[in-house]
Design a protein around this ligand. Structure first.
Ligand SMILES: [Zn+2]
Length: 334
């Protein structure tokens, strides 16, 4: 290990894909990346093999050897014991993972200091250091993907709450007694505005025979499929349908955006943040979702905090997670 290296390996382990990158921690620049799909049937060994694979892919693409790096960090879509480096569970991904010692596995494999943390908190860390949160003391990060995650930065530090769950905006109640959420609660934002929720709503309409370009864009689309994890409609497909003026997809996106805006309005009222950073694949790809959310948030929040808040897209785009994970990995080196 090179003690003075400013480079680290960051791995973003999301609900549908794994992205790894070698990152220059002096400026946040991504040197090279590698990508892999996740699999819901992974056991602990398959999951670790996948993580090693994607990490090695990024090293190869960047032409780096592990010993040239300061450390490796992982942001995982799941419950994490960051202090002990354990992945406690990944309910949205694989039921087979319980108390997996991921940090130790990474250290043994790469010979580097390693750390892991929650993926959304890690993405917020990336945005705080090098993205849309730079120089902002109080901001809220919201990432729309297979679920909806959030993280709060207060006075420049991550606010984690008593049990580490602060910022879980995806589980704000936006419709009393409404749709069942993946967490078991009802009427939560995630059940209305995540990519999974948008897919579910579209599949329901397709089943009822509504016309849509989706049938051409995704020829093997099965309206009866369960829109979980990797089977949810991809952001690029949704974006193409909206650009082509597809009425059904446009309606679904505007509706999801309105619900997202209601969640943001509640967050603005509660927190009075200086800035809200919106990220995630579907926000990046579909402007209409961003615009609808911002419009509703400004209209429904209290006038004073609504006028003051800036609502922007993530500055690092798809790379918030890997950059944040690399920062974590660099910090693990001490
Ligand atoms: Zn929920």
């Amino acid at each position: 290990m090179s003690p003075k290296s400013t480079y680290a390996l960051g791995i973003d382990f999301g609900g549908t894909k794994l992205l790894a990158a070698v990152v220059d921690l002096s400026n946040g620049k991504v040197v090279a990346t590698a990508k892999k799909k996740t699999s819901a049937s992974d056991g602990p060994e398959e999951l670790m093999a996948r993580v090693f694979d994607v990490g090695e892919g990024a090293l190869k693409a960047a032409k780096f050897k592990p010993k040239e790096l300061a450390g490796v960090g992982v942001g995982v879509a799941g419950q994490v014991d960051a202090d002990r480096g354990l992945l406690l569970g990944t309910p949205n991904l694989s039921q087979a993972i319980v108390d997996l010692p991921m940090a130790k596995g990474l250290t043994d494999h790469f010979g580097l200091p390693a750390a892991l943390a929650n993926d959304v908190q890690i993405a917020a860390l990336g945005e705080e250091r090098f993205g849309a949160g730079t120089g902002i003391a109080d901001f809220l990060c919201v990432f729309v993907g297979t679920g909806i995650g959030g993280a709060l930065v207060r006075d420049g530090a991550l606010m984690t709450g008593a049990a580490g769950t602060a910022g879980e905006i995806g589980h704000l109640v936006i419709d009393a007694g409404g749709r069942l959420c993946g967490c078991g609660g009802h009427g939560h934002l995630e059940a209305y505005a995540s990519r999974t929720a948008i897919t579910r709503s579209l599949l329901g309409d397709l089943k009822r025979g509504r016309p849509s370009l989706l049938r051409e864009l995704v020829p093997d689309l099965d309206p009866k499929a369960s829109p979980q994890g990797g089977t949810a409609l991809r952001s690029g497909v949704l974006a193409r349908a909206v650009e082509a003026g597809d009425e059904l997809v446009t309606e679904a996106i505007v509706e999801a955006g309105r619900y997202l805006g209601l969640g943001l309005a509640s967050a603005i009222n509660l927190l009075n943040p200086q800035r809200i950073v919106l990220g995630g694949g579907v926000i990046e790809a579909v402007d209409l979702l961003f615009e609808a959310a911002v419009r509703t948030a400004r209209r429904e929040a209290l006038p004073t905090p609504a006028q003051g808040v800036e609502i922007v897209k993530a500055g690092l785009g798809d790379h918030s997670g890997v950059v944040g994970a690399a920062i974590l990995g660099g910090a693990a080196a001490g």
